[in-house]
Write a protein that binds this ligand. Structure first.
Ligand SMILES: *Cc1c(COP(=O)(O)O)cnc(C)c1O
Length: 405
């Protein structure tokens, strides 16, 4: 077969189940000079980043899985009615996560805002129109004092006041006619009210409970845990370890609240969530990413991560005086393995901070972390976001900085 015939037949061949690859020697299939791939990083002078850290929004979150990219490409050529799409994808996600309702938002921060808005407005068209400038006393959202964090501005953007409490008794007394919701920050670490007490108090006062678990997979079981505990609303980021589109997220839980949240969101023209539009590709992409995440072999993935830390360790430890040890973040956020590297700083005249800076200033930039444990600092190399071929590349770069400090 010559190249012309191949090109003519390729669509037929791929339709009949990918025999093209099997029939053609690789050299023939790739013989024609491929058009040089457009490199937009280069064209715009944007520094590519190798993420040897954790998912961070400023580093563009996560990388979408190939099946997500394929899904996006496959749906990008046709229009859809966005109400129907959100409803159908939401129903499917709700099914997958064993909850009544779900929707795709533009990230967990958007889910926090929409969930709060839903608790304030319900389906009241007048309130949806006027939020955050409702007449009367400000709506109140209860949070534990130790749970206050930067992201709670997504709550106050709705016009709600946050009422801080410390301990179950104080929380019990904080409920009043203006209370619309209570927010639990899952990764807060310190809690004066346990999740179970929190849910029970909300139920007693008939006020919806919301838990922000944005970065809290793995383990995959966390996607099911909080609805089983009785939380009414739950959010996870789409663009972290679920590896969906960076600007997507999940809001799920009670059906009536999800429906009210949708009324506060795009594609409706005016509501508070309209500036947080999610596009068709992200909605489809989020569904595909979540499905792939739930179906993945998580034990195998964990073993693969450990093999990666082992590989980095074996490379850097070829330098005398260098030691690598596994670090597994206890979570709830970032609960996965990394490698902590330390060395004899009297022998190798460099510090973790200096190696960190050098890696970061490299091109491609390699972003790691400096960790402090027991009065000692370590270079922490994350492995879960590396492409397979980047594992040795990063290890050798680190090693290079030991040899030429
Ligand atoms: C990342 C994060 C958010 C924001 O999530 P986005 O999906 O980026 O909007 C909110 N809360 C916590 C705890 C997070 O880690």
């Amino acid at each position: 077969m010559n190249r012309r015939e191949i090109l003519k037949n390729i669509s037929v061949l791929s339709l009949t189940g990918g025999v093209a690859g099997a029939m053609l020697p690789l050299s023939e299939a790739t013989a024609a000079p491929a058009a040089p791939k457009r490199d937009l990083f280069k064209e715009l002078g944007v520094t590519p980043v190798i993420n040897a850290s954790v998912t961070m929004t400023f580093l563009s979150g996560s990388l979408m899985l190939p099946e997500v990219l394929e899904a996006i490409e496959s749906v990008a050529h046709d229009f859809a009615n966005m109400h129907e799409l959100q409803d159908k994808v939401g129903a499917k996600i709700a099914d997958m996560l064993k909850v009544e309702g779900a929707m795709v938002t533009s990230g967990a921060a958007c889910a926090m805002l929409l969930g709060t808005a839903a608790c304030i407005t319900g389906t009241d068209a007048e309130k949806i129109k006027r939020i955050p400038n409702l007449p009367g006393p400000r709506p109140e959202v209860i949070m534990q004092k130790s749970h206050r964090y930067l992201f709670d501005q997504a709550i106050t953007t709705t016009g709600a006041n946050i009422i801080e409490v410390d301990g179950p008794d104080a929380m019990d007394k904080a409920f009043n006619n203006n209370t619309v919701m209570a927010l639990f920050f899952n990764a807060a670490g310190e809690s004066s009210v346990t999740r179970e007490q929190f849910v029970a108090l909300c139920k007693k006062h008939k006020v919806p409970s919301f838990i922000d678990a944005a970065a809290d997979v793995p383990p995959v079981g966390n996607l099911f845990k909080f609805q089983q505990m009785g939380f009414d609303l739950i959010t996870f980021s789409g663009g972290k370890m679920i590896r969906g589109p960076q600007s997507a997220g999940l809001l799920f839980g009670r059906k009536d609240l999800i429906e009210a949240a949708k009324l506060n969101h795009s594609p409706h023209e005016a509501p508070i969530g309209r500036p947080m539009k999610v596009n068709k590709e992200e909605i489809f992409g989020m569904y595909v990413a979540l499905k792939a995440y739930l179906e993945r072999d998580h034990d195998k993935e964990w073993k693969d991560w450990l093999q990666r830390t082992q590989r980095v360790k074996s490379i850097v430890e070829t330098v005398p005086g260098v030691k690598g040890e596994n670090y597994i973040d206890p979570g709830p956020a970032n609960n996965f393995p990394s490698l902590d590297i330390s060395w004899d700083e009297t022998k190798l005249k460099t510090t973790p901070q200096q190696v960190y800076e050098k890696l970061k200033n490299d091109n491609p930039s390699i972003v790691t972390n400096v960790a402090h444990k027991n009065g000692k600092s370590y270079l922490r190399v994350g492995v879960v976001l590396l492409k397979p071929e980047q594992v040795e590349y990063v290890a050798n770069k680190v090693k290079g900085h030991f040899l030429n400090p």
